[in-house]
Design a protein around this ligand. Structure first.
Ligand SMILES: [Zn+2]
Length: 276
């Protein structure tokens, strides 16, 4: 098939997917507001499932969290829920009444908020990038054009942000408690850290690796996020979080609210506010 025909057939398939999703209906995407049934795709690979010791239910729930995507904007259920939580905090802090992130980030009051996107929240970045108060970095950035922030030693001043966000990053940080206190430090009183982490809620946290004198020591065989070959396979898992992570957030000085899904226990977003 020629390049043009190939592109046309791909565009046709995408258009059919969007129409089909819209007709099936579903809750609106937190990122773009599209009310359609997410497109499903299995994304976990057998090696990860076995290292993580996920049973069939948690395997399915984690797969949906990561693999089910908005037919229009491509946000995963995880990113869509993270977006919805961000919008709630933006509305609270800026006095706006946005329904989804695309709308929120077009509102001048939200654009004036100081936001630390400490790692890119998937395809939410294109919306957040419209906010003039955004400071964008990546955790362990390999791109010289994108600054890298160490979550345990942020370069930002005390009480300088209304909002901070990370997306499935804390599990890759060796010292979670220091990182949580560090994010709290850069938030203004009343500000919020909105983040996602994978949590298996019927377990306790398990530590797979520690950092001793700057060197990684493996307590369990190394496990990585990012599928083999996708360029993110270097993201070593230090912690497999369980329900006790909630206490660690509170111990770091946050007032915690969890945004949960009615039908997927793996789909949870953390809203951690710095008390006023
Ligand atoms: Zn969407």
């Amino acid at each position: 098939m020629s390049g043009l025909l190939h592109r046309l057939s791909r565009a046709g398939r995408r258009a059919r997917e969007i129409v089909g999703s819209r007709m099936a209906g579903g809750p609106p995407c937190g990122a773009c507001g599209f009310p359609g049934r997410p497109l499903e795709r299995a994304v976990l690979w057998p090696e990860l499932v076995s290292q993580w010791q996920l049973g069939p239910d948690w395997h399915r729930w984690m797969d949906q969290r990561e693999g089910s995507r908005c037919a229009r904007c491509g946000a995963s259920l995880r990113s869509g829920q993270l977006a919805a939580a961000l919008v709630g905090e933006m509305n609270r802090l800026a006095g706006s009444a946005a329904r989804h992130l695309r709308e929120a980030c077009g509102d001048a009051r939200v654009q004036g908020l100081a936001i630390a996107e400490i790692n890119s929240a998937g395809n939410l970045h294109k919306h957040l990038a419209r906010c003039r108060g955004l400071r964008y970095s990546e955790y362990g950035s390999q791109d010289p054009a994108v600054p890298s922030e160490d979550l345990t030693r942020l370069s930002y001043a005390d009480a300088s942000f209304d909002l901070a966000t990370t997306s499935d990053t804390m599990e890759h940080v060796p010292d979670v408690d220091t990182a949580l206190r560090e994010v709290r430090r850069i938030l203004k009183p009343g500000g919020a850290y909105v983040f996602s982490i994978p949590v298996v809620w019927d377990r306790a946290t398990r530590q797979r690796a520690v950092l001793r004198d700057g060197r990684v020591e493996h307590l369990l065989p190394p496990s990585h996020h990012g599928a083999p070959g996708d360029g993110r396979h270097d993201m070593l898992v230090f912690h497999e979080f369980g329900a006790d992570v909630v206490d660690r957030c509170r111990a770091a000085g946050f007032e915690l609210e969890l945004l949960r899904s009615d039908d997927n226990p793996a789909l949870v977003t953390f809203i951690a506010r710095r008390p006023r």
